[in-house]
Every structure is written in C-alpha cells, then in structure tokens.
Ligand binder design. Structure first.
Ligand code: FAD
Length: 393
C-alpha cells in the first residue's frame, strides 16, 4: 500500500494508527507517597481510567470535570434507537483483550462482545462512480471492531465508573494550575483545590487555547509540543430510517485528500431492529455540515443521500441526532491521526511529567508506541502514568 493511501486510510475513522518503534519509557521509581492527594483534571477516557486505577491503589484521588457529565469524547446518546449512539468514539481499533488490560483486575470478567466486518460479504459504495468497493479499499481493517452489545461509554459505565462515581466533581472548569510550591493549587471558576500531584487529561485544544494558566509557565518543550498538536474539527450525525437502502459504508470523500467524510451503517453488528446511518466528517469535509443549522442541515444530508440512492433517503427519514465537536467548549475538535515524526515526538513530549508534580495522560499524551488519538490509547496512557506514580498495577 502506498504511503499516501495509508495516510488517507488512517484518517478514515482514525483507523490503522501508526505502530511506532519502542522508545521512551515511564520512570521506574515510584513517585507518590502514602497520604498524598492527587487531582485528575478531566473525566474523559484517560481521566476516568486514571482515577479508577489510582483508587484501586488506595490513593486519595479527586476528578475535576468542566462539563456536567463524564465521558468527554466518548459521549453517547441513549434512547434514540434500541442501541447506544456513540456521537464520539465508536470503533475499538485494536483487539478485545485491551478491555481486560484497562481494568487490571483478573477477578473481573469483561462481558463485552464485538463484531468485525465481513470482508467477503460486506461492501461499500463509491458515491462518485456508483461502484461497489471492498471495505478494505475504503480503509477498514480486521482491527476495526464494533461493539455488539455496548459502546465505549457503556463499557466505562459498567466497569470503571462504579468505584469512582463519588470522586468526580462536575462543572469545575479548571483555569489555573499553580505548581510553584510543594502543594499545588488548582483553581476553577468557583473554587481552589490543593493537591500533591496533578494529572492533566484535558484535550490539547484546551491547552492550545491557553484556557489553563500554568504557574510557572510550562517548559519550552511542552509548549512546542502543544504548538505541534491539534484536533481536527468535525461532526457526527446519526439518521434513523424506515428501511435500509444503503450498504455497509458509503465513500464520499475525494481521493488522497486526508481527512474523512463517510456514511456508514451504524447498526452494523448490533443486536438491533433499527436502521441507522451514521455520518462522520472531519476537517474541511465537516465545513458544509457545520455551516448550516437544522432543518437546512438535515435537508442537505438527505439531498446528498437522495442523489446517491435515487431518492430513497427523504421518504424513509424518521429522525436524527447531530453532534458538533468543533464547537464543543471542552473538546474543540475530534481526533488527530496525523502520522509524522513531528507528531510522534510531540505526543511523546506531552507524556513527560513536569517536576514530578504535573503529569499528562490522554489520547495525545502518550508514549506513542501504539499510536495516538484513540480511546484505548488514552486509557493506556493513564495506566502508564498511574504506574509511574504509585507502582505496578
Ligand atoms: C467524532 C469522533 C470520533 C472518534 N472515533 C473514534 C473511534 O472510533 N475509536 C477510537 O478509539 N477513538 C475515536 N475518537 C477519539 C477518542 O474519542 C479520543 O481519543 C478519546 O476519547 C480521548 O480521551 P481523553 O480522555 O484523552 O480526552 P477527552 O475525552 O477529551 O477528555 C477530556 C475531559 O477533560 C474535560 N475538560 C476540558 N477542559 C477542562 C477544564 N478546563 N477543566 C476541567 N475539565 C476539562 C472535558 O470535558 C473532557 O471530559 C473519536 C473522537 C471523536 C470526537
């Protein structure tokens, strides 16, 4: 496969993320002392995993979350259809054992089923040529698994949240982290919290926008890394239809242009009677959708589908749900599958602690060994950070 093709495919749904060679290691020594207070900033995948593992180790942990709920970019909508709608992360881009690794608890049996695509039977449609295309040619691979009976959010709700629910404080928008003294001060719009260590898991866009002031300022290497990272803007939409008139996936992006615009069967692999078509559009492909508001926006999508499927979309339409990630105040974007040396070293730099007081864990704050910008990688980064703080889990 040509590199340009790989890049384009990597961009589709964030799949095929780079598996880079081993380098960078977490500190072998244990940093945290008994009785210390640890604050985790952000209750997305990384923050929740960090709190869960710290709590397991008996650490005194508190999570400060800006929004009124947990999940961050694994946000989901329940009740729209007979399965959870993942308006953020949807695919498991690895193998199932990763879920057991995330729990680090051999006494718990993870009951999560996943479905992989059938590359012999399933097919996509090239909207431009009207031809059937193999899913692999569109960019799906064996490691793109769909949750059969759950979602990323369902997994976190079932296995991670129960032990840490009462450790999370919502509506706490952290705006200052003062690590001048031994006790770190974390300020939100209404309170000041103190801690011995802080784990920052907010998206890089929040740091880029300067929404959190660090006192003293972050070291130059960190600032440079923040400069070199970003999230693509984007959106997702799920449309319920009376009939299924579409194949597994519809390719509507230009060739070789990087980011994604794809319609896909969102009920694929689900125990579902509903017909739901998903749309994921990022970067410049999202602009058309983000520039409109409903009802013009949904009419635009139905027209787009009517043109591809000979007028079948509009008469079959039931309802839809739309998520604008570009304008989500606490995400300001989607994901960042850019594959370059610059991104790799920025991601790695971000995962380094500052003065053994400030720690960073998240989808773009990782050692980069297993790629970046995916849920399981954010969780893995949290695990490594917790291991470096309190020892092997
Ligand atoms: C549309 C979309 C599709 C995706 N598809 C996939 C996929 O199929 N598979 C996959 O593996 N990954 C996918 N991803 C990427 C995946 O969702 C992320 O990599 C992962 O969820 C990031 O987790 P995180 O904990 O690092 O960050 P986040 O989930 O962003 O969590 C950060 C948390 O910090 C909070 N926060 C922000 N600012 C502040 C502040 N000032 N004070 C306190 N809290 C704050 C936020 O509210 C949030 O809860 C997708 C993402 C999007 C948006």
């Amino acid at each position: 496969m040509k590199r340009s093709e790989f890049l384009r495919i990597s961009a589709i749904l964030g799949i095929g993320m780079p598996l880079l060679s081993r380098c960078g290691s977490t500190k072998p020594e244990i940093i945290s002392q008994a009785g210390e207070k640890i604050i985790v900033i952000g209750a997305g995948a990384a923050g929740l995993s960090a709190a869960y593992l710290l709590n397991k180790k008996g650490a005194d942990v508190r999570v400060l979350e800006a929004s009124d709920t947990y999940g961050g970019r694994i946000e989901s909508v329940k009740g729209f259809t007979d399965f959870t709608i993942p308006v953020g992360a949807e695919w498991l881009h690895t193998k199932e054992p990763v879920l057991d690794d995330m729990l680090a608890d051999s006494s718990v049996e993870v009951d999560v089923q996943t479905t992989s695509y059938n590359f012999d039977l399933d097919h996509g449609l090239d909207a431009e040529t009207g031809e059937r295309v193999n899913l692999k040619a569109i960019g799906f691979s064996e490691s793109d698994l769909r949750f059969t009976n759950s979602s990323w959010l369902d997994f976190y709700e079932k296995y991670i949240l129960p032990s840490i629910k009462n450790k999370i404080q919502y509506n706490q928008i952290v705006n200052t982290i003062d690590y001048t003294n031994k006790k770190i001060e974390v300020k939100t719009q209404e309170k000041v919290f103190t801690a011995d260590r802080v784990i920052v898991t907010v998206p890089v866009t929040i740091l880029k926008a300067g929404e959190i002031e660090f006192i003293p300022a972050l070291p130059g290497k960190k600032k440079e890394a923040i400069e070199n990272l970003n999230l693509y803007g984007g959106c997702k939409c799920f449309i319920a239809f009376k009939e299924q008139f579409y194949p597994t996936c519809v390719k509507i992006q230009d060739e070789g242009k990087g980011p994604t615009r794809v319609y896909f069967d969102a009920a694929y692999g689900k125990d579902s009677k509903d017909n739901v078509l998903g749309l994921l559009a990022v970067d410049h492909y999202a602009k058309a959708y983000l520039s409109l508001e409903d009802p013009e926006r949904i009419n635009f999508m139905l027209k787009e589908l009517d043109d591809i499927f000979e007028g079948q979309a509009t008469p079959n339409y039931i309802k839809h749900v739309f998520k604008d990630w570009s304008n989500d105040p606490f995400a300001k974007g989607t994901y960042y599958p850019e594959f370059s040396k610059k991104t790799y070293s920025a991601v790695k730099s971000m995962s380094q602690p500052v003065e053994d007081k400030l720690f960073f864990a998240g989808d773009l704050y990782t050692d980069g060994k297993n790629g970046w910008s995916m849920v399981h990688v954010a969780a893995e980064a949290a695990k490594k950070t917790v291991e470096s703080l309190v020892g092997k889990i």
